[in-house]
Design a protein around this ligand. Structure first.
Ligand SMILES: NC(=O)c1ccc[n+]([C@@H]2O[C@H](COP(=O)([O-])OP(=O)(O)OC[C@H]3O[C@@H](n4cnc5c(N)ncnc54)[C@H](OP(=O)(O)O)[C@@H]3O)[C@@H](O)[C@H]2O)c1
Length: 296
């Protein structure tokens, strides 16, 4: 990674700080994309390496566009790490439910706006809780009772569908890889003290140095293929060293992924380029089937 440039979103707390620290101290120039640049600069001051803090609020598509417009030159790696976890119902600046807006639609737009400038990898951080997720036509929880952890699970399932579909659409040699940190002690993980949160977390959380390893492995290991998911190798993938893991069957459904992709382009207004020779072209004429799939 020496002489490479990486963007890490959510670099003010938890996994984003650790990933930024390890990459920067290993010789990578790290662009720390933070919604609070003042806190971002305070973190950067503790890192011994080449860092630059830039403002990015993934819950505001105008901020995402401004970030992409202001970014000079190509980058080697984009780490879509930032996210909210199990928060009460609220809407983003663009009127999306907070989890789907911040965790999926913001990174979807960011990646699309930068994709022509990414030379190496897009790493998208998901969660083991994706197994509880369903992608609904009511992505915004307008016509069903809001359940914050299911809203989180929907957004983390969306992360995987996005990461795999991106790989199918990318032109080589760029790779799209998903990673999840198991259960890791971070601000985000500690914030929820409810019984439900404790049950979902399922036992003791591993230190952030361990939780960051699957993400760092996805960023750096030469043998990780595009379209892979990296997670911890321990019991129920909750902790351990990084290895390639299998995500749920639903997360690997290419028709559902294409439907979500179309919906995400529609909602964000960000259209990805359609490179000639990409493995999968959008399947025309199946929109009715895709619509019913989003209702699953
Ligand atoms: N910790 C775990 O056990 C665990 C398990 C599975 C998956 N994950 C995933 O790991 C990723 C990192 O989470 P974490 O555990 O490190 O949580 P964290 O300590 O809460 O860090 C989350 C980061 O995302 C940033 N963020 C939140 N909303 C944002 C927005 N609208 N725009 C830009 N940045 C925003 C936060 O910024 P502020 O500091 O300004 O709030 C913070 O820097 C998330 O995608 C999460 O879903 C974590």
């Amino acid at each position: 990674m020496t002489s490479s440039t990486a963007i890490v979103t959510g670099a003010t707390s938890g996994l984003g700080v650790q990933v930024s620290r390890v990459l920067a101290t290993s010789g990578t120039k790290v662009i720390m994309a933070c919604r609070d640049p003042v806190r971002g600069r305070a973190v950067a001051a503790t890192i011994d390496g080449d860092t630059e803090v830039r403002a990015l609020d993934l819950a505001d598509l105008a901020s995402v566009r401004a970030f992409a417009d202001a970014l000079p030159g190509p980058v080697d790696v984009l780490v879509n790490n930032a996210g909210v976890m199990g928060v009460p119902f609220s809407l983003t600046a663009d009127g999306f439910e907070a989890h789907i807006g911040t965790n999926h639609l913001g990174p979807f737009a960011l990646t699309g706006l930068l994709i022509d400038r990414i030379r190496g990898r897009v790493v998208t951080v998901t969660s083991g809780l994706h197994v509880l997720g369903r992608i609904s036509t009511d992505l915004n929880w307008e016509s069903r009772r809001y359940q914050r952890w299911l809203a989180y699970a929907q957004s983390k399932l969306a992360n995987l569908l996005f990461a795999y579909e991106l790989q199918r659409r990318l032109a080589a040699p760029v790779r799209s890889i998903a990673a999840h940190p198991g259960v890791t002690a971070t601000e985000g993980q500690r914030r929820d003290t409810s019984l439900q949160g404790k049950i979902l977390a399922g036992g003791r959380a591993q230190p952030v140095q361990m939780g960051a390893l699957p993400i760092l492995y996805a960023v750096t290991a030469p043998d990780v293929p595009g379209g892979a998911c990296v997670g911890p190798d321990g019991f129920l993938q909750r902790q351990g060293n990084p290895k390639l893991v299998r995500s749920s069957r639903r997360s690997r459904d290419p028709v559902l992924a294409a439907a979500l992709w179309e919906q995400s382009e529609h909602l964000t207004g960000v259209r990805y380029p359609r490179p000639a020779g990409a493995a999968v072209q959008p399947r025309a004429g199946r929109s009715r089937r895709r619509f019913s799939l989003l209702q699953r």
